[in-house]
Design a protein around this ligand. Structure first.
Ligand code: SF4
Length: 170
């Protein structure tokens, strides 16, 4: 069985930054700014696992609120206007993992940037988008030719595959 352990890291590889308008068009929640108290955040010791999707991952923190377990993903750097698609999908994957592990569906997850936190609602639509994405990634896994999904030269400049990639922008 092939686990999608690295899938979460690959989200960043598949998605480019979009404005909140584009996010709405894509059907993803844009995220709302919230204030969070980091004192209640608990470190996650072991990776969580979802056998149905063959997905595993470890959120940075879990916080308990009103009987719900909320995953928190910490990102370095200042907050964008709205969370990036890659960050939203990563958080959605953690929400899914929390639900499967604790049998308790988080109503939202938190993306924590240096200067701002966003709450992203874990809707049924977001969950379905995540499942569709994972299916797509699995389908493309063995393809030798997968088109580049972004126009960011900076991303290619930092990419470990740029010397062998025929679509590199850098
Ligand atoms: S070098 Fe190729 S694989 Fe790497 S980010 Fe650019 S397009 Fe993607």
């Amino acid at each position: 069985m092939l686990f999608l352990a690295l899938a979460l890291l690959l989200f960043a590889f598949f998605f480019f930054r979009r404005s909140s308008t584009q996010l709405k068009q894509a059907g993803l929640p844009g995220g709302r700014i919230i204030y969070t108290d980091t004192r209640g955040w608990g470190k996650v010791e072991k990776p969580l696992f979802d056998s149905e999707l063959e997905l595993t991952g470890k959120p940075d923190y879990l916080v308990e609120k009103n009987g719900k377990i909320i995953p928190v993903e910490v990102k370095s750097g200042r907050a964008p206007e709205a969370p990036y698609d890659s960050h939203i999908y990563q958080l959605a994957a953690y929400c899914r993992l929390v639900e499967k592990t604790y049998k308790n569906r988080p109503p939202y997850g938190i993306i924590h940037y240096e200067n701002r936190d966003f709450a992203v609602d874990y809707t049924r639509e977001l969950e379905q988008s995540l499942i569709d994405l994972l299916v797509e990634m699995k389908r493309d896994e063995h393809k030798t030719d997968v088109p580049r999904s972004h126009e960011q030269a900076g991303r290619c400049a930092k990419c470990g595959y740029r010397n062998i990639c025929e679509q590199s922008l850098a």
